[in-house]
Design a protein around this ligand. Structure first.
Ligand code: R5P
Length: 295
């Protein structure tokens, strides 16, 4: 590895800066703006010729904007002579559309994989939403390292909420992979609920007879908050004393917080893959450690 530079995309300036500090590498934010007509302007503000460049961009809430910004930047880095362009994309969007559910649908996960894979030499992400696709190799032609912050998050939730041996809850079968890991870390029992998706913002959760004590829901993504809120309602109906939630990526689309706290959830904790008032567990050490070893 030659001289390393860390560039922050507009979604992840703070995170990029803290990664650069722990790598002792030079940092620069991408120079970006939106023109009055909605087009995006991107400029690489430093000399990258012959350098190894890490570009950090999580893609949340306005994923299309952040995706195009990253693609413009990665393509430009190559044109300007960067030796290697490595993407750190903590929240990788579009992975839930990993199949053609109805005839004619775009398989967005595959398309995004192709767009990024053509421009980046390697990608690091965090707890990617793998469900029907079991490994990112199926959609990316470039190497993707899928890191996990679940153990750190589970330990932090115990501390943050003052919990003692909670029952861990996966709100659906897809979350079993995360709850299993958290249960192993904390040495706790877990239950996997069943979810049926009724619409983009509406789900029905079943699969629980009776529960006692305190429950901690573990999931990868909170978007509208519907999944977690419905799980919490069921847990309270069936006897839970208090319900908390810990998720990796807190997107919190408009109205999500109202939904979550309206369902009686006592506390929310997420990683800072997406910044929010709940993102108290930093992924920067996890990412920096692996970059230090592998690059
Ligand atoms: C999908 O199955 C994910 O694991 C999450 O459960 C889901 O994306 C959460 O979305 P929402 O908060 O909109 O229910």
């Amino acid at each position: 590895m030659g001289e390393m530079l860390v560039l922050g995309g507009s979604a992840s300036i703070y995170l990029a800066k803290s990664i650069s500090e722990s790598l002792n590498a030079r940092f620069a934010p991408l120079d970006t703006k939106i023109f009055p007509d909605g087009e995006i302007y991107v400029r690489i503000p430093i000399n990258v010729d012959g350098k190894d460049v890490i570009i950090v961009q999580s893609m949340y809430r306005t994923p299309n904007f952040f995706l195009i910004e990253l693609i413009f930047a990665a393509e430009t880095l190559r044109e300007l002579g960067a030796r290697r362009v490595v993407g750190v994309i903590p929240y990788l969007p579009y992975l839930r559309q990993d199949e053609r559910f109805k005839p004619g649908e775009a398989v967005s996960a595959k398309i995004v994989g192709t767009m990024l894979g053509a421009r980046l030499d390697k990608i690091y992400t965090v707890d990617a939403h793998l469900h029907r696709i079991r490994t990112l190799k199926e959609i990316f032609e470039v190497e993707v390292i899928n890191l996990s912050i679940i153990s750190e998050l589970a330990r932090a939730a115990i501390k943050e909420f003052g919990l003692n041996n909670p029952i861990l809850i996966a709100p659906d079968e897809e979350a079993e992979q995360w709850v299993e890991k958290a249960a192993e870390t904390l040495n706790c029992n877990y239950i996997v609920l069943r979810k049926e998706r009724i619409g983009d913002e509406e789900v029905s959760i079943t699969g629980l007879e009776r529960i006692t004590g305190v429950a901690l829901i573990i999931d990868d993504i909170i978007s509208t908050g519907g999944t977690v809120a419905e799980a919490a309602k069921l847990l309270y109906e069936r006897g839970a004393e208090r319900v908390y939630v810990s998720a990796v990526h807190g997107i919190f689309v408009k109205g999500a917080e109202k939904r979550l706290f309206g369902s009686g959830i006592r506390g929310v904790l997420t990683s800072d893959s997406i910044p929010s008032p709940y993102s108290k567990v930093s992924i920067a050490p996890l990412i920096s450690n692996i970059l230090r070893k592998e690059l």
